[in-house]
Structures are given as structure tokens and as C-alpha cells.
Ligand binder design. Structure first.
Ligand SMILES: NC(=O)c1ccc[n+]([C@@H]2O[C@H](COP(=O)([O-])OP(=O)(O)OC[C@H]3O[C@@H](n4cnc5c(N)ncnc54)[C@H](OP(=O)(O)O)[C@@H]3O)[C@@H](O)[C@H]2O)c1
Length: 300
């Protein structure tokens, strides 16, 4: 296992990790994706040893403890992976002279702002997951000045667990589904996020010493909706492809209690990514169509 000069991806079977592997392979860029059995972020000593042995040119951290509700009962594990482990990965990258691209989340905000969040807005996570990711941002930035922290939101893809796959399943199983209509955000395709990471990697490896390209950036598909709007678009796309669907009823967050609170406004303003890096992710509706094409086999 060696990839000197290549891209080291932390995470292998996750939504973003799988799309990163696809995107780097399509560019014929050498990469190595390590899942938790090969690179356990909860085990800092082995993280450092592994990165130093591999000597990658750049590290992309797509690994995280992502179970938002379970994190409320496992704060130590969430912090070990999302904060301490992420910081250790960034420090290990620094030791071998590698920049790091680290994926973070809209959950660093409390959602009370009446407008889209910009990178400099005050953070105030509502739960353990968001707090652990925020601490991860701080530790990554402290450990390695050559960092790009990409905050994304509402990630979907044909892989793993996500809202699109849940809605398609419930659409087949039920006649009606209640979906919250008072939380807004930008559904974001793991594939589009991965393409943005590949473009960033090219730029960074082309000029690793340019300090103006580093920092925190918001990276989400363009546009915004509510979970209700997203669910309605999924059902209409599924219906057009011949799948059985359910009727979506708008409900309030108060009618759908969860262990961890969610931000009411998760909309991230991604204009800094465009102005600094020239990168803009497509509209979420277009991204959803691609995902549905992959997920639904249409009758001939
Ligand atoms: N999903 C969302 O809606 C969402 C929203 C905002 C931000 N994000 C952020 O986006 C990034 C990617 O999320 P995702 O949706 O792709 O997550 P995911 O599908 O849940 O995948 C999680 C990834 O983390 C890895 N992982 C978990 N525990 C680990 C450990 N102890 N050591 C090493 N790796 C570990 C998994 O490893 P294996 O490959 O071995 O399974 C997997 O690759 C995360 O930083 C997440 O916080 C996600």
C-alpha cells in the first residue's frame, strides 16, 4: 500500500468517498481510498503512522461519524472521529507537506439566521454531531495552514443511506408520507461535491503555496428548498420514471421529533467558492435527476 505523490482519501464506502473515487478515477489521477478498517480516525496513533508511510501529495477527508441522532448518546466517539481524528489527519498531512481538503457541515450553524449563511457567520451547533464537526474544523485549521474546509449539506447519492433513497422506499411502501416543511436547505449531490473536490485538488497541487486558496468554503448545489419540497421533487421524478410513489403531506418540525435538533435554515451561500475558485455546483433539481436516473431502472 503506497501512494507517494497521490491523493489519499479518508473514507471508502461512504457517499462522498465513493463519488470521490469515481471522480479521481475518471481523471486518471492516482488515489487511494481507505475505509475505517485501514485508517480508523478514532485511532490517532495509526492515522499518523499510515499517512507518514504513504506520503500522499494531498489528503481528502470524507470520513466522519455521521449518525446525527446517535451522536447525542455517543459524544466521545463522535468527537474522537470528527474532531480529534480529523485534526490528527490534518497534522499528519502537514508532517508530509500535504494540504488537506476536509468536508464539514451546515450543522455548525443553529439555523436562526433569516438569510443564507456565509463562511464568516457565527457558528452555534445545536447538537453533538455539529459541535464535533465544528471542533474538527478548528483542529484541522490549527494543524495545517494549507487546508480547504468545505461545508456541505443534505448530501444524497445512489449509495448508502440518504433522504432520496428513503423517500423512494417509502414511496413504494406507503400511500402517504409526512415530511417537514419548515426546514430549508440545499440538497447536494455527492457526485457534484466530488467533482468540485477534484477541481480544487488540481488547483491546489498546481500551486500549493498560494495561501489565498485556503480557508473555509461553502459547497452546495445551487438553489434551495425544504425537505417537503425535496420529497415532492423526488416523488414527481420517480412517478415520471414509472415508480410507485406516495402522496407527500407537509408537516412541522414539532410534529416529527428527533433526538438531535436540526437547523431551521441550512442554506449556505456558496458564492465564495465561485469567486475564489471559479467553482459552482449545478442546480439541485438537475443533480436529483441524475441520481434518480441511477437509482430507478425504467420499464422499457
Ligand atoms: N450526509 C449528509 O447529509 C451530510 C451533510 C453535511 C455534511 N456531511 C459531511 O460529508 C462528509 C461525508 O459524509 P457522507 O454522507 O459521505 O457519510 P457516510 O455515507 O455516512 O460515510 C461515512 C464515511 O466515514 C467513514 N468512517 C466512519 N467512521 C470512521 C472511522 N472511525 N474512521 C475512519 N473512517 C470512518 C466511513 O468509512 P467506511 O468507508 O469504512 O464505511 C465512510 O466512508 C462527512 O464529513 C459529513 O460530516 C454529510
Amino acid at each position: 500500500m503506497a501512494n507517494p505523490g497521490g491523493v489519499l482519501i479518508a473514507g471508502r464506502n461512504g457517499q462522498v468517498a465513493l463519488e470521490l473515487a469515481r471522480a479521481f478515477a475518471a481523471r486518471a489521477q492516482p488515489f487511494l481510498a481507505l475505509g475505517r478498517s485501514e485508517l480508523d480516525l478514532a485511532d490517532s496513533a495509526t492515522v499518523e503512522k499510515t499517512v507518514v508511510a504513504l506520503r500522499p501529495a494531498i489528503v481528502v477527508n470524507a470520513a466522519a461519524y455521521t449518525a446525527v441522532d446517535m451522536a447525542e448518546d455517543q459524544p466521545e466517539l463522535a468527537t474522537a472521529i470528527n474532531a480529534i481524528g480529523a485534526g490528527c489527519l490534518a497534522r499528519s498531512a502537514y508532517r508530509v507537506g500535504a494540504p488537506i481538503i476536509h468536508i464539514s457541515t451546515d450543522y455548525v450553524f443553529d439555523g436562526s439566521k433569516p438569510a443564507p449563511y456565509v463562511e464568516t457567520d457565527a457558528t452555534s451547533p445545536l447538537g453533538i454531531y455539529g459541535a464535533s464537526k465544528l471542533e474538527g474544523e478548528r483542529l484541522v485549521a490549527d494543524a495545517n495552514s494549507r487546508h480547504v474546509i468545505l461545508r456541505t449539506a443534505w448530501v444524497f447519492s445512489p449509495h448508502g443511506h440518504n433522504f432520496v433513497k428513503t423517500m423512494l422506499r417509502l414511496g413504494r411502501e406507503r400511500e402517504e408520507i409526512g415530511v417537514v416543511a419548515d426546514q430549508k436547505g440545499a440538497p447536494t449531490s455527492a457526485a457534484d461535491l466530488a467533482d468540485a473536490v477534484v477541481a480544487l485538488t488540481d488547483k491546489i497541487l498546481g500551486a500549493p503555496d498560494r495561501s489565498d486558496q485556503y480557508g473555509i468554503f461553502h459547497a452546495v448545489n445551487s438553489g434551495a428548498t425544504t425537505w417537503y419540497g425535496f420529497a415532492s421533487a423526488i416523488m414527481s421524478g420517480a412517478r415520471r420514471r414509472g415508480s410507485k410513489t406516495a402522496h407527500i403531506n407537509a408537516i412541522a418540525t414539532a410534529d416529527f421529533p428527533t433526538r438531535a435538533r436540526r437547523p431551521a435554515n441550512s442554506i449556505l451561500d456558496a458564492s465564495k467558492l465561485l469567486s475564489v475558485h471559479g467553482i459552482v455546483l449545478p442546480a439541485w433539481e438537475e443533480a436529483l435527476e441524475h441520481c434518480l436516473d441511477d437509482l430507478i431502472i425504467q420499464p422499457n
